[in-house]
Design a protein around this ligand. Structure first.
Ligand SMILES: *Cc1c(COP(=O)(O)O)cnc(C)c1O
Length: 436
């Protein structure tokens, strides 16, 4: 399958090129040229299939032209070594728990899938001895998902750049204690400095002649498309409960990769009645739905910080998918926006009334459903991270303790290893060249 750019000024790319390059030459985002509907037989029987089987069928529709069946099955099985259950919170609202992967956040699936896909292409070209360097700047969650997704993958080395003293200790230990092919780079600066270092490295032609560099952020097709698996699985599990008739799916959104994957699912025939995009105080999409105007703003810091995005990169994909038809977009998707106080209040209320502990991101999703669900509809919201990842904030809101899962505790016992770097590009460049 070929991939085109949302800016339509770059040549079409193969899957391999789209994955290795990330962004098209015209700075647009890659889109698959075709979205293949799945069969009626598949939807009729979907509740009998496992998460892995469902994901394989979906992956075949996207990647089946480019990867042999057996290899693709292996990539899917290796990516999904955990479950993705729906849990009843109220009789009408269910939580789709996307946090059962290695770093307890939904980005694990995309990161792992991308790592395996990249490895597949390196191997296919017989370039096993060629080292691919993945650079990723993080303010917390992305770094841990990417580092764990790529951990131990042959032929790939990952550099995670993070701002010194500005990520939480729980987040930091998830990418600084791994060792092997993961190097944590502690930058004396802020997140924007980290991002600037990565950008400079990609634009440094001399450096790119000496080493193969690629990025693993959420604009990559191999990171965002596999998230569609979640929604087919959610539908299947709800169908098994007899609750799939008028399903409303609510996705707490930041860069809009996760909800865009859900919309791709819908375009492949997944019978979701409608969608809600829940925002924190960063309400750019909410405003777009209301006015038809897209006005990016600087991001605002909130307690749901993985959604602190003022110019969501996947907006371009949503516009492309619906050919810019605001009417169509706003009739399929509604919005919601919540302040930090509203998020705290929601965590508390849901815990007191239902005994369910939400994280600050999931809280936006739960609240949007509890306000907007119509009679006859059933709601499913994504719980995008385990509440223990935001332990202090959640405990303060619900006035109860949050247990730290085994997997997270294990990270915290590891030894922190990182390389210090200033925010000067020359320093970072030397660091890369000396570590080759
Ligand atoms: C990344 C992230 C989000 C936002 O997802 P997008 O795909 O960027 O919209 C929401 N919650 C958590 C916990 C995240 O890590």
């Amino acid at each position: 399958m070929k991939y085109y750019s949302t800016n339509h000024q770059a040549p079409e790319a193969t899957l391999e090129k789209a994955v290795v390059k990330g962004l098209a030459e015209d700075r647009g985002l890659y889109m698959p040229e075709e979205i293949r509907p799945l069969s009626k037989e598949f939807f009729d029987n979907i509740e009998q299939f496992s998460f892995q089987e469902i994901a394989f069928r979906v992956a075949q529709a996207f990647f089946g032209d480019d990867i042999e069946e057996e290899a693709l099955r292996k990539i899917v099985d290796d990516t999904l070594q955990f479950d993705c259950p729906v849990v009843e919170v109220t009789p009408d609202i269910y939580s789709l728990e996307l946090f059962h992967g290695p770093t307890l956040a939904f980005k694990d699936v995309g990161a792992r899938f991308m790592a395996r896909l990249l490895q597949y292409f390196i191997h296919k070209q017989g370039q096993d001895n060629r080292l691919v360097n993945v650079l990723v700047a993080t303010s917390g969650d992305t770094g841990s998902a990417v580092a764990n997704g790529f951990l131990g993958v042959k032929g790939i080395h990952v550099y995670v750049l993070y701002p010194k003293g500005k990520v939480s200790p729980i987040q930091e230990c998830q990418f600084t204690t791994l060792g092997q092919n993961i190097t944590a780079v502690e930058v004396d600066g802020c997140f924007d400095d980290c991002q600037a270092l990565v950008k400079n490295a990609f634009m440094d032609q001399e450096l790119n002649r000496q080493m193969l560099l690629t990025s693993a952020n959420s604009i990559n097709v191999a990171r965002f498309l596999p998230q569609a698996f979640y929604y087919f699985n959610a539908y299947a599990r709800m169908k098994a409960k007899g609750k799939a008739d008028k399903l409303v799916v609510c996705v707490p959104s930041g860069n809009f990769g996760n909800i865009t994957a859900a919309l791709f699912g819908h375009a492949m025939g997944l019978p979701i009645h409608r969608f809600i995009a829940a925002n924190n105080a960063n309400d750019i999409f909410y405003q777009y739905l209301k006015t038809g105007q897209y006005e990016p703003k600087p991001s605002r810091q909130t307690i749901a910080n993985a959604m602190d995005v003022g110019d969501p990169s996947n907006f371009a994909r949503i516009i492309d998918l619906y050919k810019g038809d605001h009417q169509r977009i706003s009739s399929l998707i509604s919005g919601a926006t919540y302040s930090d106080d509203q998020i705290r209040e929601t965590m508390k209320k849901c815990f007191n009334e239902n005994g369910y502990v939400l994280d600050p991101h999931g809280a936006c999703g739960y609240r949007a459903l509890s306000e907007q669900l119509q009679p006859g509809e059933t709601g499913v919201f994504c719980e995008t991270a385990h509440p223990a990842k935001f332990k202090a904030t959640v405990e303060q809101a619900i006035a109860a303790e949050v247990d730290i899962p085994e997997r997270l505790a294990a990270f915290m016992k590891g030894t922190k290893q990182s390389v210090a770097c200033s925010k000067d590009y020359a320093d970072f460049r030397n660091l890369l060249l000396n570590r080759q």
